[in-house]
Design a protein around this ligand. Structure first.
Ligand SMILES: NC(=O)c1ccc[n+]([C@@H]2O[C@H](COP(=O)([O-])OP(=O)(O)OC[C@H]3O[C@@H](n4cnc5c(N)ncnc54)[C@H](OP(=O)(O)O)[C@@H]3O)[C@@H](O)[C@H]2O)c1
Length: 266
């Protein structure tokens, strides 16, 4: 698989590094285009791949073109590439809020994948929701999975509108857990623990709970009930969460994120 990245920033580098490490590509089959000379020098020095500042040149002869630029940089990149791509090439965008129609029209190209990863993708622990235009072939979908699974897990969705829901759940999701960890750390310090001890207790509790959820195959509600003995400490805490409208707050927050995702997509 020959691959070009337009944008060699945080995500472009993370995907490149993971693909090379997993030996899914070789350096000579990659070209990275970036406007920043500093980034180009760094990427070519560290990974031994070809670099350029010419977006169109980067895509020549490639099977897969990953657009790893910020949403506000799409206008420039789409017009650089407009009309130059072949039907044998698939374009994968990982940008939040850029609609498939914006890309097919902007590029004059019908084989486009829109993917929504999340930040743990940077360490290969992400999850990406993605969809593709009807023109994307089975082989191009396989190439797409090769790229996306370098960042973690992937789920294919038939409808593009599902990606707004993915954005509200797993795209923004890491921040929900970080926010809860922040609140729990503050509460731990308030009851007398040191920030260091609180941090260690909370990190391992989150990791342990996530792994237990993964391994036990039981739903979260059942695992929660298992630690909630009658008249015990957990029950008292959960009663306070419920009295404060925890479920309602989470529901409202997700709906707000969904609305914003729809707005960003125009
Ligand atoms: N970071 C994450 O964890 C994450 C998670 C999910 C989705 N995403 C999405 O991934 C995309 C990339 O994010 P990122 O964090 O990797 O951004 P980033 O670090 O800013 O990387 C973008 C790179 O592209 C370069 N660039 C700008 N304009 C260009 C152009 N016209 N042609 C070629 N290269 C150009 C930038 O150079 P300059 O810096 O000089 O402008 C920068 O080096 C975004 O759309 C974001 O929504 C990111």
């Amino acid at each position: 698989m020959k691959i070009a990245f337009i944008g060699g920033g945080t995500m472009g580098e993370a995907i490149l590094a993971a693909l090379l490490e997993k030996k899914r590509i070789i350096p000579s089959s990659v070209c990275i285009s970036d406007v920043s000379k500093e980034r180009r020098d760094y990427i070519s020095g560290r990974y031994g791949v070809l670099v350029t500042d010419d977006n169109k040149k980067a895509t020549e002869g490639k099977d897969v073109i990953v657009l790893a630029i910020k949403p506000q940089q799409f206008g420039d990149v789409l017009s650089d590439l407009k009309g130059s791509l072949l039907s044998s090439q698939v374009v994968i965008s990982i940008a939040a809020g850029i609609r498939i129609q914006t890309m097919t029209r902007g590029l004059g190209h019908s084989r486009v994948v829109r993917a929504m990863p999340n930040t743990p993708a940077q360490i290969g622990q992400g999850i990406t929701g993605w969809t593709a235009t009807p023109g994307v072939t089975d082989l191009q979908k396989e190439h797409t999975r090769t790229v996306l699974t370098a960042m973690g897990k992937e789920i294919y969705f038939q409808k593009e509108e599902s990606l707004d829901m993915v954005t509200a759940i797993s795209g923004s999701g890491p921040a929900y857990f970080f926010f809860f960890a922040e609140a729990l750390t503050a509460a731990a310090v308030n009851i007398g623990l040191s920030p260091e001890d609180a941090g260690e207790l909370i990190l391992q509790t989150m990791l342990g709970a996530a792994r237990l959820l993964e391994k036990s195959a039981k739903p979260p509600a059942e695992l929660r009930r298992n630690v909630t003995s009658k008249s015990g400490t957990t029950e008292r805490a959960i009663q306070v969460f419920e009295a404060g409208g925890f479920n309602h707050i989470v529901d409202a927050a997700v709906k707000a994120a969904l609305e914003r995702a729809k707005e960003l997509g125009g």
